[in-house]
Structure formats: C-alpha cells, structure tokens
Design a protein around this ligand. Structure first.
Ligand code: AP5
Length: 210
C-alpha cells in the first residue's frame, strides 16, 4: 500500500505514520527527518536547508523532489511505504505523478491552528534516535531523557511560536492546495486529528480497511 500523510506542521503526522508503518509492515519516509539527517552532516546542502527550515519556509522543490523519488526506488519500498511530509506543494505532487509513482490514499489529519501551537511548543525529540514526546500529552518517563535509547531530549530549532505561525501560513498557502489535488483523484481520507493518539490511529486503520 502506497500512502501519504498530510496535515499542518505538528498535527501528528509523524506520530501516526510510525504507528501505521508498524501495523502495515512498511517503511515511513519522512522528508523532515531526511532533511535533518542532511543538516547533521554539516555540508553545504544541509547548511542551506537549515536556513529554510529554521525560518519556517519550505526547502525548494528541486532540492527535495529528486531525493524522495530516488528513496522510493529502494528495495524496502517495494511492498509500499508511507510518505510523511511529501508532497507539500502542487509541483511536488505533479512530480510524483510524472515519475509514475502511484499513491493509493492521501491521508489528511485535521487539527486547529491553536492546538498545533500547543503541540509543537511542547514537543521534545530525542537527539539520537528521533523519538518524539510531548511535555504534557506524551512525556518521557524521566524528564529530558529518551525512553528508547536514554539520550538527551531536545527542542527542535523550528519549534518556537514565531516559526510555527510562519510554518502554518506556509501550510495554508502552499500545501492545502495539494489536498484538492488528491480529492480530485478520489484518493483522499480526511480524519479528525484531535483525540488520543490511539483513537486517531484506530480511525485511520479502519478508514484504510485494515
Ligand atoms: P517536518 O519535520 O515534516 O515538520 P512538520 O510538517 O512541520 O511536521 P512536524 O514534524 O513538526 O509534526 P508532525 O505533524 O509530524 O507531528 P508529530 O507527530 O511530531 O518538516 C520540517 C521542515 O522541513 C519543514 O518546515 C520544511 O522547511 C522542510 N520540509 C519537509 N518536507 C518538505 C517538503 N516536502 N518540501 C519542502 N520542504 C520540506 O506531533 C507533534 C507533537 O504533538 C508531538 O509532541 C507529539 O507527541 C504530539 N502529538 C501527536 N499526536 C497527538 C495527539 N493526538 N494529541 C496530543 N498530542 C499529540
């Protein structure tokens, strides 16, 4: 099954993508995580990407699209995958089609802007394995320490109120049109993203018929 999951920044895409990936035994391809890995290498491409991300803007289509299309050709994607955070522009969606990549369903998580700000500002991520927590909704067992690998939890540089507001504006202007792109192709599944993580994943699995 080839899926993609869309929604506002901090709406729970990554959290739900990981659950679906386990349930369906397919990999998650997160463009945000891929870009953060490139940034960690401290090479020129990563330094440029960091400027876009930290200001709440999208990385140019030409940079991200080729990376994703190449990644989807890898062996672990042959039985399906979940794209998390791609496509984020109409041009990216069109590029997938032009490359002959078929998507079975595009999932949209609907969450209000105010809830988004609460979630993002309270998010903590593991500096080593990338596991995600929230200081109130999903705290680690020991404050500041990852449950999975015991590394230190950090706040992402783009998880502050000012940048999140800009990320939301970018989402409304550039990514929301992609929802209509998949609606026209009859691929869309829209799920309310408010409620417990488990409630939302149950709704998603039943919408997918799993
Ligand atoms: P990316 O990493 O994809 O960031 P994002 O879209 O802003 O999404 P987030 O990772 O912030 O959130 P999420 O929806 O995965 O939510 P999560 O599950 O963590 O991209 C970062 C940047 O890279 C972009 O801004 C852009 O610059 C660039 N980029 C990436 N892809 C690109 C592309 N295709 N083109 C161009 N540029 C691109 O949850 C958030 C918090 O809420 C967590 O703390 C979690 O614990 C909590 N939470 C989750 N579910 C619930 C729930 N049900 N109830 C309460 N809390 C919850």
């Amino acid at each position: 099954m080839n899926l993609l999951i869309m929604g506002a920044p901090g709406g729970g895409k990554g959290t739900q993508a990981e659950i679906l990936a386990k349930a369906l035994s397919i990999p998650t391809i997160s463009t945000g995580a891929m870009l953060r890995n490139v940034i960690a290498l401290k090479a020129e491409l990563g330094n440029q990407a960091k400027k876009y991300i930290d200001s709440g803007n999208l990385v140019p289509d030409g940079v991200i699209t080729g990376i994703v299309i190449d990644r989807l050709k890898e062996q672990d994607c042959k039985d399906g995958y979940i794209l998390d955070g791609f496509p984020r522009t109409l041009k990216q969606a069109e590029s997938l089609e032009t490359a002959g990549i078929q998507i079975d369903n595009a999932i949209v998580l609907k969450v209000t802007d105010e809830e988004i700000i609460n979630r993002v500002v309270g998010r903590r991520v593991c500096s080593k394995c990338g596991a995600t927590y929230h200081i109130s909704y999903n705290p680690s067992k020991v404050e500041g320490v990852c449950d999975v690998c015991s590394a230190q939890l950090i706040t992402r540089d783009d998880d502050n109120t000012k940048t999140v507001r800009h990320r939301l504006a970018t989402y409304h202007s550039q990514t929301e049109p992609v929802i209509n792109f998949y609606a026209k192709r009859d691929k869309l599944i829209v799920v309310e993203g408010i409620g417990s993580v488990e409630e939302i994943s149950q709704k998603l699995l039943s919408a997918l018929g799993v």
